[in-house]
Design a protein. Sequence first.
Length: 262
Amino acid sequence: MNESGNFIVRRTRNPLFSLSVTLRLIVLNVVLFFIGFILLGVYGLDFLNKNIALVPNLILSGQSLWTPLTSMFMHASFFHLFANMFSLFFVGSFLERLIGGKRFFWVYIISGLIGSVFFVVSGLIFSNSNIPGVGASGAIFGILGVLAVVVPRSKISLIIGPLVLLIVDAVFSGFVPATFLPTFHMIINVLILLSIFAIFSFNSSFRKLALPVSLQMWSLPIIAIVPLVVIDFFVDLPIGNSLWFLLEKKISKKSCCYKQVF
C-alpha cells in the first residue's frame, strides 16, 4: 500500500525469463530429454521413432513432417545430451552476446532445421533412410558456422580426446575377443570420463588428457566438421557425442557492435 492508500501489485518475474536464450534452450533440452524417457517407458521406442525422432524414410513419404523440429530437442542418451549442451553453453553464449538473443534463437532453429534436411538427404544418398536421428548437433554446427563468419579470428579449442577414444572403440571392437569386449568398453568409457573431467581441471598437465586443439574459428568447418562427417560414412561414429568445443577467451566489449551489423 502506498501513501495514497492504494495497494501496489508487484508482479513476480518468472526466473526462467531472466536467463539467456542459450540457457533457456539448454533447460528445454534437458526437460524434454526426461520427458522423452517417460514417453519411452509408456509408449515404447516405435512411438518415439515415429513422432519425435527424425526418420528420413518417413519424411520422404510425407509422414511425421514435424520431426525435423522435434528431433533437434531430443537426445539418445545422457552422454549425448551432456556433450551437446556443453558445447552449446560455450559457443551459444558467445554468439548470443554478439548478435543478441532473438537473432541467436533463429540461428539455432534454422540451423537445426537445415541439419535435419542434410540428415534426410544423406539417408537417401547412402541408403540408410530407416535410421532415426535425434540431437542438437545440426544447430550447434550452424552456430559455429555463423561464428566462423562473424569472428573468424577468434580462438576455440576443439576437444578431441572423447573423439579419439570413440574412434578407437568403433574401429577395434571388431578385433577384441568377445570375452574381453565388456572390459574393453569399460576402459574406453573410463578414459572418456577422465578426458571430460580433464577439460575442467586447473592443472595444465592433467588438462592435456582432453587433447585440446586450438583453432581459429574460420578453420573449424574445414578442419573439424567436414572430416568428421566423412569419417562417419566409414565408421559408425556418434557425431553428436564426439565434438566438444571450448572458447579460449571471453568476448571483448568491442565485439558488441556485431549486434548492429548482423
